[in-house]
Design a protein around this ligand. Structure first.
Ligand code: PEP
Length: 253
């Protein structure tokens, strides 16, 4: 049974004091979860260990890095390697977020290298994909996302693809307040699962969690997460407000 996941993405927000206060409020909330529910906090690099320590006694919350470098190590001033993340006990890493693709020119090929390094060191990549508005307007979103999957993930073995979490995030819905409708989200998630079936198998596709991201908040999480192929969400803005993110967590199937 695939996991249902609420993943926070703080991006470049919060001081450490604010971050600790936010996580404490979420930990202390009386949240009822199922055995297959998980909560991830994708926090800035300097906070990873602190937030990890804060949630470590809690079996269903984990910390994720927001990025990693695509080379193992070397002269890349200011960058953080997968090995460094592993050495401080990080188990998840966002890979290929649309903001990384847009502002740091990350290609599908570079993202494939990041996925490979994460898997090599036992870190679960949360692979982000999704189309810009002009592609949606041309009704080419299925082909666009298939190409992202093909170029960054489909070289993986059956064993490895099962370790990946996919986050579908239409770029036109990120940070815009404009959410995909639950039908639009379901349609794309079903498409992604069908592509996974064609490339791998029904059993493999059924096991992979596909999160939706793009202006998820307390008020729309229930409807989005109730869709058959939506296995939770990757949440930016609303994950910075405890009461909002708590509602999102509670909406998990
Ligand atoms: C994100 O950062 O991945 C995201 C979906 O942001 P927001 O929820 O603010 O749209």
């Amino acid at each position: 049974m695939r996991k249902q996941i609420a993943a926070a993405n703080w991006k470049m927000n919060k001081t450490i004091e604010e971050g600790i206060a936010l996580v404490k409020e979420i930990i202390n909330a009386d949240i009822k979860l199922n055995k297959n529910n998980e909560v991830l906090f994708s926090v800035p690099f300097p906070y990873l260990s602190t937030i990890k320590d804060l949630i470590s006694s809690n079996g269903y919350m984990f910390v994720a890095a927001q990025n990693c470098h695509h080379k193992k190590n070397g002269a890349y001033t200011g960058e953080v390697s997968v090995e460094m993340l592993k050495s401080i006990g990080i188990e998840y890493c966002l890979v290929g977020h649309s903001e990384r693709r847009e502002y740091f020119a990350e290609s599908n090929q570079v993202i494939a290298q990041k996925v490979d390094l994460c898997l090599e060191l036992g870190i679960t990549p949360v692979f982000c994909c999704g189309e810009p508005l002009e592609i949606r307007d041309l009704l080419s979103q299925n082909q666009y996302v298939s190409n992202q999957l093909n170029e960054s993930l489909f070289h993986l073995s059956t064993e490895d693809i099962k370790k990946v979490i996919i986050a579908y995030e239409p770029i036109w819905a990120i940070g815009t307040g404009r959410t995909a409708s639950s039908d639009q989200a379901q349609e794309m998630h079903a498409h992604i699962r069908s592509v996974l079936i064609s490339k791998y198998s029904f059993e493999v596709a059924e096991d992979i969690s596909i999160l939706y991201g793009g202006s998820v908040k307390g008020a729309n999480a229930n409807e989005l997460f109730s869709m058959q192929d939506v296995d939770g969400g990757l949440v930016g803005g609303a994950s910075l407000v405890a009461s909002e993110f708590i509602q999102v967590i509670q909406a998990l199937k």
